[in-house]
Design a protein around this ligand. Sequence first.
Ligand code: CTP
Ligand code: CA
Length: 231
Amino acid sequence: LSRGIGEPDLAGRHVVVSAGGTREYLDPVRFLGNRSSGLQGIALARTAAARGAEVTLIAANVTLPAPAGVKVVEVSTTAELREAVVSAAIAADVVVMAAAPADFRPTSVSDAKIKKSSDGSAPSIELAQNPDILKEISQHRSRDGQVIVGFAAETGDDTGTVQELAVAKLARKGCDLLVVNDVSGGAVFGSLENEAVILSADGASTPVPRGTKAAVAHAIWDRAVRLLDGA
Ligand code: CTP
Ligand code: CA
C-alpha cells in the first residue's frame, strides 16, 4: 500500500541519509575514489523532509546543493563517514546508507606530494580494507525499532545471480531493507533515473519500476514507514 506523496508520514521521525562517494588519500593532492554522484541520497533527503522528517544528510564529496531544511554533515574519507554515521545514528529512527564508501584505503598517507622517480619506476600502493559501516550500525543498534537500509549495485557473477548475491548481502549486513540495483546492463552513475528491488529481512521483495530517483526514494520511505509502524 503506497502512501500519497506529501503526506507527512515521517513527521516526528529523525532520519539519517548518507550520500556520495568517499575518497581515500594517497598524499595531499591525490585520492582513490568512485563515481557515486550522491543523487539518490539527495533525493532521499529531500523526499524525507517533504514527508515531515527531521533529516541529517551525511555528504561525502557531493557537489550538488543540499535540499532546503536538511542538516548537512560533510565528510570525505570512509573513516570520517563512519564517525559521522555512528554518531548521527544514536538519535535516528531510520538510517539509509546510500553512500558508496571506498572498500579499501592506502595503508599510509604521505604528508608530502609523491614525486616521480627519475628511473621511470612506479610505486605500488598497499591497501587495507575499510570498516563496514552498514554492518556495524545494523549489528549494534543504538535504538529499539530503528530501521536500517542499505544499497547494493550488483552484476551477478559465477558465484550467484543478482538476486542471490543481494539476499546473501542483506543477511551478511544485518540491515532491515536492501535496495538492489541490477547494473549488469551497464553504467548507471550520474543517471537521473533508477530501477530497483527492495529486499526485506523477512524475505519480502518489492519491485520499484524504472523512474526518477525521487520516485525510488518515495518507495523506500513507504517500506521504511511500514517497518516503523510495525507492519
Ligand atoms: N557499505 C558500508 N561500509 C563499507 C562498504 C559498504 O556501510 N565499507 C554500505 C554501502 O553504503 C551500501 C552497502 O553497504 O549501503 C552495500 O555496499 P556494497 O559495496 O554493495 O557492499 P560491500 O560489503 O562493500 O560488498 P562488495 O564486495 O560487493 O563491494
Ligand atoms: Ca563495496
